[in-house]
Design a protein around this ligand. Structure first.
Ligand code: CTP
Length: 401
């Protein structure tokens, strides 16, 4: 996979992270891409167009009203030239203008005028990123198929710590690279569920589990890298959306996850159920905080949650179903039993405990399907997720052949 002769239009909007985009131009060009930079007026207050001109080897455009530049390559021509548009950094203001469909400067005009897939790498103060207005714009853009890359969490230029940092140059380059890949899952819609579920007892207490969501998020990322359009349904986790994931729905309880998965499953070719769904929920959720019972103990009555996978496999038309099974013992026996009982196409089983599984960075999986099995030995969750995706793609294609 390479960026050789790929035509990337890099939009730079006004934010301090613009300095990282200089490095990004270098990385893209090292990969063989042709890069043309378009800056907003605000961006020029952070980095000079001359810097981008020197790095890209092309003249940099800022204004829609630059007669000389228009004569050399008109903006519509530039919009058609681009195979990908990446805006990095994408400021809160730019997200708002794009969400509104405004064409009030060259960059926003190009975003509207180009058929190329649009990638945005937001960068802003964590308070701004968390603002409901910004999140509403992000969700509008995502719904239109715009791909959001990041932001990451960490220390910010303003001294704050939180979510809003622009992804690093190499991460953005990798996301673009992946978008050009004709991957094993190219053209397929993949739905992934990840993380735990929380079942409320009262306004402050809940029944949860120790799933971190990292395996499921790694699976979502690996599926996106393999060319799939990925929808992620996430339980309560504090993880950023992996690069390339098209849509994310956050849920809390098993019932909410059930509804979100069922709604998305109609469009999915493959559903990978990596979430640790709570099997039971309190039958009554107290509207007020429960008080101590004065020594008499507390009896919670639990009801069973619907099994999401089983309810999908019961449908006449359903996606290729991949389940997960976390077991402490007799992994093979329990996993194969679940494969049959839930009507799955494949199951990925892991042993929990001994530094593996839920809260660990590493994992190991045993995959089973009707008539076959393969062991994926202990590795980091990202590497393991990529191997899992390779096998899922193989089984999916074998099933359709
Ligand atoms: N799962 C689901 N809906 C549920 C519970 C689980 O879709 N209500 C999915 C999980 O996402 C996972 C698989 O089923 O992919 C296995 O979950 P697990 O809880 O281990 O299976 P159970 O059938 O509940 O078996 P156990 O007896 O081990 O609890």
């Amino acid at each position: 996979m390479s960026l050789a002769e790929r035509r990337v239009l890099l939009g730079v909007s006004g934010g301090i992270a613009a300095y990282k985009s200089c490095e990004l131009v270098r990385r893209l060009r090292e990969g063989g891409a042709e890069v043309r930079v378009v800056m907003t007026e605000a961006a020029t207050h952070f980095v000079s167009p001359t810097t981008f001109q020197a790095l890209s080897g092309q003249s940099v455009r800022v204004s829609l009203w630059d007669a000389q530049a228009e004569a050399a390559m008109g903006h519509i021509e530039l919009a058609r030239w681009a195979e990908r548009i990446l805006v990095a950094p994408a400021s809160a203001g730019l997200l708002a203008r794009l969400a509104q469909g405004m064409a009030d400067d060259l960059l926003t005009t190009l975003c509207l005028a180009s058929p190329a897939p649009l990638f945005l790498a937001p960068a802003m103060n964590q308070q701004m990123w968390a603002h409901p207005a910004v999140q509403a714009n992000v969700s509008t853009l995502r719904q239109r198929g715009t791909q959001l890359l990041g932001p990451a969490a960490g220390a910010q230029a303003c001294g704050d710590i939180g979510s809003g940092r622009m992804l690093e140059a190499h991460e953005l380059r990798d996301a673009l690279l992946a978008s050009f890949a004709v991957g094993a899952l190219a053209g397929l819609n993949v739905l992934v569920s990840a993380g735990p579920t929380y079942e409320d007892i009262d306004p402050v207490r809940f029944i949860g589990n120790r799933s971190s969501g990292r395996m499921g998020f790694a699976v979502a990322q690996a599926a996106a890298e393999a060319g799939a359009r990925v929808t992620l349904v996430a339980g309560p986790v504090s993880l950023p959306t992996p690069p390339g994931v098209m849509q994310r729905t956050d849920v809390r309880s098993a019932a909410q996850m059930h509804a979100a998965v069922l709604a998305a499953a109609a469009q999915a070719d493959i559903y990978i159920a990596a979430a640790a769904v709570g099997d039971y929920r309190p039958l009554e959720v107290s509207a007020q905080k429960l008080k101590k019972q004065g020594g008499s103990g507390l009896l919670l009555q639990l009801g069973e949650n619907p099994d999401i996978l089983a309810s999908l496999s019961a449908q006449e038309r359903h996606p290729f179903l991949v389940g997960f099974a976390a077991e402490t013992h007799d992994v093979a026996g329990y996993a194969q039993d679940k494969l049959q009982r839930k009507g799955l196409d494949m199951i990925a089983a892991n042993r929990v405990g001994e530094g593996l599984g839920f809260e660990a960075a590493d994992n190991a999986l045993s995959l089973y399907w009707a008539g076959g099995a393969v062991e994926l030995p202990r590795a980091g969750k990202t590497a393991l997720a990529r191997q899992l995706i390779t096998h899922v793609a193989e089984r999916y294609r074998a099933g359709r052949a």
